[in-house]
Design a binder for this molecule. Structure first.
Ligand code: GLA
Length: 379
């Protein structure tokens, strides 16, 4: 599908019009990109909201604060459009929140044991913010930064390209790291997230998206009835602080096995060490295959909504909202324990300390790229 030039020109204009704008194209079906002000951070920086819409009524909102996905609206099997992501009503909510709703997490998404790692013979100490460990980039992660934003329309989609330069030494990590995250929406109901990372000194990085989904609609109870299929025959068992032991274990014969579609709630309370440590599912799956491939499918039976996840990443953290505890969210809704789930496509937790895991080291001159697509449909 080719985007006509008037759409590209219109989108360039979008970047200039703070009040928002619409662009449409005739032969690729209606797609639009609107930009509007989204308030000012506590420290006084204005941020914007980017609304991507496609011809099916699917709508994705993204802000350059935290490179957050603030909402994903998709039709159910009767065409009813609802927001399927947990979050807050406004910027102040996102700034206060501690659950990483919708966020891009980094520089290192997931945990690093005791916040320590050694690279090229030098030891680095990161902030400890999760038990004895460092989680999601430390005390002030990428989810709390204002990113540079650029609306885009090339290649049959609408989108926004977000850039953040993390300074050498920020949260204890070496190297000036440039992270470019590009969100795109097309008429096939694909929400794409492309990652591109470069550095000027050797460093480690693991950047991912931490959106919480409830395919029945945000605020509609727990996610335990969702059927989940993960193409992962193995997972990385952890200690009680959720740091991998280094073992790559089979899911066969355990409640971790989602190779056949199974309700999330069917075995979540089983007596099984990994589930006890996680307080439910909070685990890295080693995904089967390599390259860009479909790895997960989720189906919510009351709405008929289906979400498929494809990625180039070797792993996915499946987290079923075990730390949610009646958090106040959007539209006056309260999110209960297990009221949302995340599928964080990623490299494995604590990789900098685990020589047998795929490397998360990036060196000058290298470009690390990664791609994840969330595809929505109904059944
Ligand atoms: C990740 C972790 C969880 C939890 C959430 C945020 O998914 O694996 O343990 O910390 O982030 O609440």
């Amino acid at each position: 599908m080719k985007i006509p030039t008037q759409l590209a020109a219109g989108a360039a204009l979008c970047g200039l019009l703070l009040g928002g704008c619409q662009t449409t194209s005739s032969n690729s079906g209606k797609m639009s990109l609107a930009v509007s002000p989204y308030g000012t951070t506590k420290s006084g920086t204005p941020v914007s909201l980017y609304r991507l819409k496609n011809k099916n009524g699917m709508e994705v909102d993204i802000t350059n604060y935290g490179a957050l996905v603030t909402s994903i609206k998709v039709p159910d099997r009767d065409g009813k459009i609802e927001d399927v992501t947990l979050g807050y009503d406004n910027l102040a909510g996102w700034e206060k929140g501690t659950s990483y709703f919708g966020a891009i997490v980094g520089r290192y998404g997931n945990r690093i044991a005791k916040g320590k790692f050694t690279l090229d013979g030098k030891e680095y100490q990161l902030p400890i913010n999760n038990g004895p460990n460092s989680l999601h980039g430390g005390k002030i992660g990428f989810n709390q930064k204002v990113w540079k934003a650029e609306p885009i329309t090339e290649g049959g989609h609408v989108g926004v390209r977000l850039t953040y330069v993390s300074k050498d030494g920020e949260q204890g990590y070496p190297g000036n790291l440039t992270t470019v995250v590009t969100y795109t929406l097309d008429n096939k109901n694909d929400l794409g997230i492309d990652y591109k990372l470069t550095t000027d000194a050797p460093t480690v990085a693991n950047v991912t998206n931490h959106t919480y989904f409830n395919l029945a609609g945000e605020g509609k109870g727990t996610i335990l009835n969702h059927d989940l299929k993960i193409n992962g025959s193995k997972y990385t068992p952890t200690d009680s602080t959720l740091i991998p032991t280094g073992e790559i274990a089979t899911v066969e014969g355990t409640p971790m096995d989602f190779r056949k579609s199974t309700a999330i709630g069917a075995r979540v309370n089983d007596k099984f060490k990994a589930l006890e440590f996680g307080g439910g599912y909070d685990h890295n799956y080693v995904l089967d295959g390599s390259g860009f491939r479909k790895v997960v499918e989720v189906y919510e039976p009351t709405s008929g909504r289906v979400m498929e996840v494809s990625t180039t990443e070797p792993g996915v953290q499946f987290y079923c909202g075990n730390f949610l505890d009646n958090e106040k969210g959007k539209n006056g809704h309260v999110y209960p324990y297990r009221g949302g789930f995340c599928l964080e496509t990623q490299h494995f937790p604590d990789s900098p300390n685990q020589p047998n895991f795929p490397t998360t080291v990036i060196r000058p001159g290298e470009t690390y790229t990664s791609k994840t697509v969330y595809h929505f449909s109904t059944r």
